[in-house]
Every structure is written in structure tokens, then in C-alpha cells.
Design a protein around this ligand. Structure first.
Ligand SMILES: [Zn+2]
Length: 137
């Protein structure tokens, strides 16, 4: 029996979770699935520029585990680019810190604001009430 995977701490969600070649329906392209913990590894190391040791601490995992995670993530991103596949970000053994919601029109994620705020989506411009939107995870 395999050991249960420890949840990886994630502090942020991707703004959008589906990327595909322009003009081709998602159903017609190969899909590469990037997990939320792989996305977080890329965000911390490649986007924020953290060393692997610091990034692994932020995710509450060992450094060798972080290195395996980001190597897998790089491989998947390379596969999507080289093969012209869609990149879908979903799943993974993660514990998301924070409260996020998604725009009902375009699906953009952002931090959830409680208390009946009427907000304009920064991506598509749709106005909506945070209280009416679904949690992002
Ligand atoms: Zn939107």
C-alpha cells in the first residue's frame, strides 16, 4: 500500500486554468495536466525567483520533493509548448491557504472579498458580487 501524500501548501491560485493553441477547440487538442502543486512550484521558483530550499519550506515539503515537483512541472510545460497541446491546471494534493473565487464570466481567480462587495473583474470587466460567485477550489 502506498503512503498517503502529504498536502502541499499553496498560497495562490492560477488566474486562469486553461491554456490552448488559439483558434482550436479544446476537444481537438491533446491535454497536458499541470497540478496545482506543480503550478505553485513554478510560481515560487521561476516567477518569484526563490531558491529551491526556500520554496520547499513555503510549500511545507522537503527540498528533494520540491526538486522532483518542479522538474515534472517543467517537463509538462515543455511538452505542451513543443507538442502544441492545451495546458490544464487542476488537481494535486494541496492545501490552499486563503479564500479565492472565480469570475462567473471568464473564470479568472482572485482573492475572495466577503461582505457583499460589488466588483469589476480586472480581466473581462464583468461586474459581479463576490457573494454570488463559487469558491475557486
Ligand atoms: Zn472576468
Amino acid at each position: 500500500m502506498s503512503r498517503p501524500r502529504k498536502c502541499r501548501r499553496v498560497n495562490s491560485l492560477p488566474v486562469f486554468v486553461r491554456f490552448r493553441p488559439q483558434g482550436i477547440p479544446l476537444r481537438r487538442v491533446k491535454r497536458v495536466i499541470l497540478s496545482l502543486d506543480e503550478f505553485e512550484a513554478i510560481r515560487l521558483a521561476d516567477y518569484e525567483g526563490l531558491e529551491h530550499a526556500a520554496a520547499s519550506e513555503r510549500m511545507n515539503i522537503s527540498r528533494p520533493t520540491f526538486t522532483r515537483l518542479i522538474e515534472a512541472a517543467h517537463g509538462k510545460m515543455a511538452q505542451a509548448l513543443v507538442e502544441g497541446a492545451a495546458l490544464i491546471i487542476e488537481g494535486g494534493a494541496v492545501a490552499v491557504e486563503g479564500d479565492f473565487c472565480r469570475c462567473p464570466r471568464c473564470g479568472a481567480a482572485r482573492e475572495h472579498r466577503r461582505g457583499g462587495h460589488h466588483e469589476r473583474c480586472g480581466y473581462c470587466g464583468t461586474e459581479h458580487d463576490c457573494n454570488d460567485t463559487q469558491p475557486a477550489t
